[in-house]
Design a binder for this molecule. Structure first.
Ligand code: NA7
Length: 891
């Protein structure tokens, strides 16, 4: 008999007794819990939903403060699992009010007859994994306990309000309200003196409404937030037409997008646009009144780069100054402590204009912190404010609060979830936790959740979870648990993803910084909704990778491992390349391959501006060679780096690593001279090496003419260019100069053997293939010459070489020869710094602005060059590892 049927009859028998038996227990009857119940029922699982509130709605049940609305367009913030349901409901507004959303959820509940399996007014007080039975036992504050095979938290991300954290609240004699627990009955504020503490979304939505009613409103603001006009009204005709024109396509595009709303990926970068073009885009976005639009559609670097971001933040601050008449108030309302979007921006209706009203006062808590609450009102360090009503819009213990703090959850071996998460949430996919079998979280920490359209993320999580339960039932498994390896891998992947965006640079509820004592870390998955979905699907297609499955009559299955070992943006690039299904580059022939690379490079984002770019000609080993000089914007003379491009001695030219040269020029404050050395097969070994050496000598001799600092130069190169740079250092040492003060070798070719492990492990699938390397070698160098140190520098004398930084990438056939060269130089007494870029491929570090996660490596490389030149390191906010100025918020 299927388990569902056993449980079902057990449930019948014990209903009204002390334990209710079900297959699945769900906590929460909001967006997630309702859809879960519907899917579970259809799949034949017996289920119960336990809900503390008196009715459905979840966050929309509790958050009924004046002005509460969604901030994703409502046509996107809807269920999409049933086209009939979509047709049966019409939203009246672009951003629906809380009452309308609550009506919608009630409508869905009734349409699918869900209420009969929801126990309202019932709070779970403890959840314990019972190992002998392989089931969860839940105790509740009302009615029967529940025994279930699977326990699913559909508790929402923002449902545990933060305590007030301010002394004296209980002494206050007036009325106190929390936006997150607003009373159901009408609250009369007319004629009253009202205080609002907090200016997040809840404060910003409610303040204009409260100001219209109150005799006087005093707003206590700790951190100003970016707010954008919602321009609410009927659902916009253009979006409706898109949706109705191809509903299935529109929904699918949302599912595969980054934020769960179907906007295309923006390609132009800020420095490609003029001031006027940027302003035009900004004005259009300001008029559009759409959070996801303004967060993603202005320029490609707005969400990933501090400079690109501040261009946008400046324009918003300018708007605030234009709207708010009092300059001091405008200044206090202007955010300066976080990048735009790093903290959840708000959508408003008349927020900033509200501060022009005579009955509204803003108190800047950064200048006068609240010292306490008294019987008559609020005291700051400077003054007292007598009020009749205090509204706390102070937010939530987000992401983990509703799961962890609400009731003790005890997993395998008596482990408590609070202990396991004491230093921050640990999950696999934000869905499961090692040590807690059969426990699932819908939109838990570690999933895109609050950085996405929740409706899309909820449906994906519910579908994935219920599909897994069905597959397990089919195969006879009764438990499913994440492995430690998979969970640790996910934590690494999460950390990698968090270098992609600027969320790590703000103290917010995304990072736990809003709750005193909470562990700091970016909790939502920042890699995007579409990539996340493909990862979840990949786990299934790879045999439930990272999960241990057991059952009474089947052999245990555990296909252990990490699902993503590549950096997130490298994964996207490689997937894109795989989708293009290109023939091997070597099949094009040398000229065809050069044309292909030129075409490929033409499609990449334009390089960043530097002070000056000058093309010229220098004397090579055997005639003139072109060069391109990149000069910093700072006054010179600058130290000079001689740069050799990649391309296997066959492809590329002095312009082909343009974005990398610009990036390094900006980061180091040094001039880069990229050399157009001659290529094979027209010019075989040792032409490239001799050109490299001759060019370095010429550049050193003409340093002053090039605007550089006379004296030693540095050399740098990537791939075959790294080979030329390494060889140049050996030749300069042996031929009496020029003086070289340091070498930066990025994924260099250093040896002619192909038997190191990286050549086998990464032979295919990572763009630079083993067969492409064979082809390069064949075109450049005959077998008899290959052990010559001018092409295999690892075989040369390594003493007395300039200090080096050797960068290698994990998924690169050349990795191990780079490591070998670094080790051999170090053994020969050369000061060597080794950089092993985890999760990167051969092109990662030079694909500036495409592989954003390469920034940490580029910072390290730039610092090494500065050190070689005798300069101190330079760090700027936004670089990897640079945290917000303070890890904690001070009032
Ligand atoms: P938020 O966005 O967390 O906002 C809470 C606000 O309250 C924020 O301005 C806080 O300032 C402020 N706050 C919190 N604690 C204090 C104390 N102790 N003293 C003074 N000010 C304080 O919560 P919301 O409910 O507005 O919005 C939550 C999400 O719901 C929102 O992002 C949307 O996704 C929907 P701080 O910034 O911490 O300095």
């Amino acid at each position: 008999m299927p388990e569902a049927m056993v449980a079902s009859s057990a449930s019948e028998a014990t209903r009204g007794g002390t334990i209710q038996q079900v297959d699945v227990a769900v906590v929460g009857a909001g967006f997630a819990g309702l859809y879960l119940l519907h899917r579970l029922r259809k799949a034949g699982f017996t289920s119960v939903v336990l809900e503390e509130a008196a009715d459905v709605g979840g966050t929309w049940y509790w958050n009924r403060y004046p002005g509460a609305r969604c901030d994703i367009q409502t046509i996107d913030y809807s269920y999409t699992f049933d086209p009939e349901l979509e047709r049966a409901w019409q939203w009246s507004e672009k951003y629906a009010t809380q009452p309308e959303i609550l009506r919608y959820l009630g409508f869905v509940t009734d349409r699918y007859d869900l209420r009969r399996d929801i126990r309202f007014g019932t709070k779970v007080t403890a959840a314990t994994w019972e190992h002998a039975a392989d089931r969860w036992l839940l105790t509740t504050d009302h009615g029967a306990s529940v025994s279930c095979r699977y326990y699913i938290m559909a508790t929402g991300c923002l449902s545990a309000p933060k305590p007030p954290e301010i002394d004296g609240v209980k002494d206050f004699k007036g009325e106190v309200y929390f936006t997150g627990r607003w009373p159901h009955e009408e609250i009369k504020l007319a004629g009253k003196r009202v205080a609002v503490i907090g200016t997040g979304s809840s404060g910003i939505q409610s303040i204009p409404m409260i100001a219209e009613q109150a005799a006087h409103l005093t707003v206590f603001q700790r951190t100003p937030n970016f707010a954008l006009p919602a321009h609410n009204g009927p659902p916009p005709a253009d979006r409706m037409a898109l949706l109705e024109g191809d509903r299935a396509g529109y929904r699918e595009q949302a599912r595969m997008s980054l934020a769960g709303v179907p906007w295309p990926q923006q390609m132009s970068v800020s420095w490609q646009l003029s001031d006027a073009e940027r302003r035009e885009r900004f004005e259009k976005a300001w008029a559009a009144g759409d959070l996801v639009y303004i967060l993603t559609q202005l320029w490609a670097d707005q969400g990933v780069d501090v400079d690109g971001n501040s261009l946008l933040a400046d324009l918003i601050r300018e708007k605030i100054r234009t709207i708010v008449k009092d300059p001091e108030t405008a200044a206090a309302l202007s955010p300066h402590d976080h990048p735009f979007g790093a903290k959840r921006p708000c959508l408003d209706t008349n927020y900033y204009t509200t501060y022009n009203r005579p009955n509204v006062t803003l108190v800047n808590l950064r200048q006068e912190p609240i010292t306490g609450i008294t019987a008559s009102g609020i005291k700051t360090g400077k003054r007292g404010f007598d009020v009749d009503v205090i509204v706390f819009a102070t937010g939530f213990d987000a992401m983990t609060g509703a799961i962890m703090a609400v009731h003790p959850i005890t997993g395998r071996g008596g482990k408590s979830l609070s202990d396991v998460w004491a230093n921050g949430p640990q999950t696999y996919l934000g869905l499961t936790v090692a040590g807690f079998p059969n426990l699932f979280m819908i939109t838990g920490p570690g999933s895109p959740s609050v950085l996405s359209n929740m409706a899309v993320s909820i449906e994906q999580h519910v579908d994935w979870t219920v599909d897994r339960l069905m597959a397990m039932r089919e195969a006879g498994y009764t438990t499913m648990e994440a492995t430690d390896t998979a969970q640790a891998g996910w934590a690494r992947h999460m950390a990698d993803c968090s270098t992609l965006t600027l969320h790590r640079l703000a103290n917010t509820w995304y990072t736990g910084a809003n709750v005193p004592g909470k562990a700091w870390g970016v909790m939502p998955y920042t890699g995007g909704v579409g990539p996340y979905r493909t990862i979840c699907d990949e786990i299934v297609s790879r045999g439930m990778l990272g999960f241990r499955l057991t059952g009474p009559n089947v052999a245990e299955q555990c296909n252990d491992g990490e699902v993503v070992r590549l950096q997130p943006d490298v994964r996207l690039v490689l997937n894109m390349l795989a989708d293009m299904n290109l023939p091997p580059i070597e099949s094009f022939g040398a000229q065809g391959a050069r044309d292909f690379v030129a075409q490929f490079n033409a499609a990449r984002p334009a390089g960043r501006p530097v002070g000056e770019v000058v093309d010229g000609t220098l004397a090579g080993a055997d005639g003139p060679l072109p060069y391109r000089l990149y000069r910093p914007a700072t006054p010179g003379p600058h130290p000079i780096v001689v740069y050799f491009h990649g391309g296997g001695w066959v492809l590329g030219d002095e312009q082909s690593d343009d974005p990398f040269c610009r990036d390094m020029c900006r980061r180091t404050g040094m001039s880069f001279v990229s050399v157009g050395y001659r290529h094979a097969p027209e010019h075989r070994f040792p032409t490239a090496a001799e050109d490299g050496y001759a060019a370095t000598r010429w550049i050193a001799e003409h340093a002053a003419e090039l605007g550089g600092k006379p004296g030693p130069v540095m050399v740098a190169g990537w791939s075959a260019g790294g080979n030329i740079a390494a060889v140049t250092c050996q030749l300069a040492r042996d031929r009496g100069g020029p003086q070289i003060s340091g070498q930066l070798l990025v994924c260099p070719v250093t040896d002619c053997t192909f038997d190191r492990p990286s050549y086998h492990e990464n032979a295919t699938g990572y763009f630079l293939t083993r067969s492409l390397m064979y082809w390069f070698w064949d075109l450049y160098c005959s077998p008899a010459d290959r052990t010559d140190p001018r092409v295999s520098p690892l075989r040369g004398k390594l003493e007395n070489l300039p200090p080096a930084l050797v960068a290698t990438c994990e998924f690169d056939p050349l990795r191990d020869e780079g490591v070998a060269y670094a080790q051999a130089m170090a053994a020969a007494g050369v000061p060597v710094e080794q950089l092993n870029a985890r999760g990167h491929f051969h092109s990662s570090l030079t694909m500036v602005d495409v592989v954003i996660t390469g920034v940490a490596a580029r910072v390290q490389m730039a610092n090494a060059l500065r050190r070689f030149a005798g300069l101190p390191p330079e760090r700027k906010e936004g670089d990897e590892g640079v945290r917000p100025r303070s890890d904690r918020l001070a009032a």
